[in-house]
Design a protein around this ligand. Structure first.
Ligand code: GLN
Length: 497
């Protein structure tokens, strides 16, 4: 039995502080877990053994010298491979950046390290975060820990799977349209997309700059709350102009009662075409769990929110096209050898460095931003965005939180969805909160009655009320038995502590 499978982030940090075990022992337990579990899973692209052990030994030395340790001392952390960390490559799951060494460390990663986390591994992802299944990675697929024939979701599939399989306790992901919440739902872990601007994106490779947000995965809400304390602790990051000062101490109100608070249920979402019966009944079960704790369920409508996917697949590709123009075969990444001219080098490097989905997004963006087309689509999408944002603002005048599915169904099989537009529909419930910018979290609800795979609920709160959002998430968690669970095929396999 691996204690790493059992212990929460708080228990690890307090155990290290109290000398019950050393940070190095925790580190080795995590590395052992990866050694015995990741061959099957392929959640990790690089295991940072030396970096992690060095950090663990530093913590053990500090403790030996009588210093108080930081709040996440010794907690194993995995980092999505679109975040820079000195001493690691940052590949974005792409051939384009296969050999790219991080020139500096992203603020979000640095803050987790400052809080005491051990940088155990960089995790697999859809290429440049385009996707919902982690199947588009240049480095191969990641398996879902609950069923190795199924996808872990995406694009942060490696981070979600690493946490679900007990390889690490916490992981960082990024969410532009659902890439934290959907893999969290598929893997049965908690995944939070904080409000846009809450967490610094400095050092995170940009996809859609008006949509991207970094957030944590954990097996319990409390772990995610502690990660938020670390991510927000020092407030505004001068290196990311969109980053804001946000309230900290996510633990303070975590156990607050939800009695008397209002939970909005959106009929259009609960009765949405394409929503599977088992997810629907699990979501209604979560609503009931909140009602049992005294919350009031209120029917609300979110006009225009149905346009979110259309708006996203205009705004997202336009921003991606602009952001990925920097990969020109000269300045960064893959360089096609033997080209006669700069133009040829750029064209061939891009043609051979990017995979199919990354090309599709960029071509779509190039087209949508061309003159004449721009007004018809980009302008219109921005207008839709304003309406969607207003719709949310009005809803949050009536309710404290919205309750909806995270994903329309449970994890699908590899290769099952080959049509890109079908894949895009995986995000039908998550994209609107990237469009509006408000915080949202996926909370596991145990296993679905039909598939036996993880099912989840999504909670969305008003902008910059992420702390209260986690109070609701905790209230839902209390009503279910999913808390802290490692996928059974992996629990206890290797990683003795
Ligand atoms: N699946 C969505 C997309 O492919 C969202 C991806 C993300 O959030 N990074 O665009």
């Amino acid at each position: 039995m691996s204690l790493l499978d059992e212990l929460s982030a708080r228990q690890i940090a307090s155990g290290v502080q109290a000398g019950e075990f050393s940070a190095e022992e925790v580190c080795r337990a995590s590395l052992d877990a990866i050694a015995s579990r990741d061959a099957e899973l392929h959640a990790c692209l690089q295991v940072l053994e030396e970096l992690a052990l060095a950090k663990a030994r530093e913590l053990d030395r500090d403790r030996a010298a009588g210093r108080a340790l930081p709040p996440l001392a010794g907690v194993p952390l995995a980092v999505k491979d679109n975040m820079n960390l000195i001493g690691s490559r940052t590949t974005c799951g792409s051939r384009m950046l296969e050999d790219y060494e991080s020139p500096y460390t992203a603020t979000c990663v640095q803050r987790m390290l400052d809080a005491g986390c051990l940088p155990i591994a960089k995790t697999n992802m859809d290429e440049f975060a385009f996707g919902s299944s982690t199947e588009t990675s240049h480095f191969g697929k990641t398996a879902n820990p609950w069923d190795a024939e199924r996808v872990p979701g995406g694009s942060s599939g490696g981070s979600a799977a690493a946490v679900a399989a007990g390889e690490v306790t916490l992981a960082l992901g990024s969410d532009t349209g659902g890439s934290i919440r959907q893999p969290a739902a598929f893997c049965g872990v908690v995944g939070l997309k904080p409000t846009y601007g809450a967490v610094s994106r400095y050092g995170v490779v940009a996809f859609g700059s008006s949509l991207d947000q970094v957030g944590p995965f954990g097996r319990r809400v409390e772990d995610v709350a502690l990660a938020m304390n670390a991510l927000l602790g020092e407030g505004h990051d001068p290196m990311d102009a969109t980053s804001q000062d946000c309230p900290v101490d996510f633990l303070e109100h975590l156990e607050d009662p939800v009695e008397g608070l209002r939970v909005g249920i959106i009929a259009d979402f609960i009765d949405a075409e394409g929503l599977s019966g088992e997810v629907r009944s699990a979501v209604l079960g979560a609503a009931e769990a909140l009602a049992d704790q005294g919350a009031e369920l209120v029917d609300v409508s979110l006009p225009n929110v149905a346009d979110s996917i259309s708006a996203y697949y205009v705004i997202g590709p336009c921003e991606a096209f602009s952001n990925l123009a920097r990969f020109d075969g000269v300045r960064y990444g893959y360089q096609e050898p033997g080209c006669a001219t700069l133009a040829e080098q750029s064209a061939k490097s891009r043609a051979h460095g990017f995979g199919a989905e990354a090309k599709r997004r960029q071509m779509l963006g190039a087209y949508l931003l061309s003159s004449g087309v721009y007004e018809r689509y980009y302008h219109k999408a921005q207008k839709a965005r304003t309406l969607i944002t207003k719709s949310y603002e009005r809803a949050f005048e009536e309710v404290d939180v919205l309750l909806l599915p995270s994903s329309p169904r449970t994890a699908f099989k590899f290769g099952e969805i080959s049509d890109p537009t079908q894949m895009y529909l995986s995000d039908m419930f998550t994209i609107s909160s990237n469009i509006a910018g408000n915080g949202s979290v996926s909370v596991p609800l145990g296993l679905g009655e039909d598939s036996g795979l993880p099912v989840a609920v999504q909670l969305q709160g008003p902008a910059f009320k992420d702390r209260r959002l986690l109070t609701f998430a905790r209230a839902v968690e209390r009503g279910f038995e999913a808390e802290g669970r490692v996928a059974p095929a992996f629990a206890g396999k290797g990683g003795e502590l």
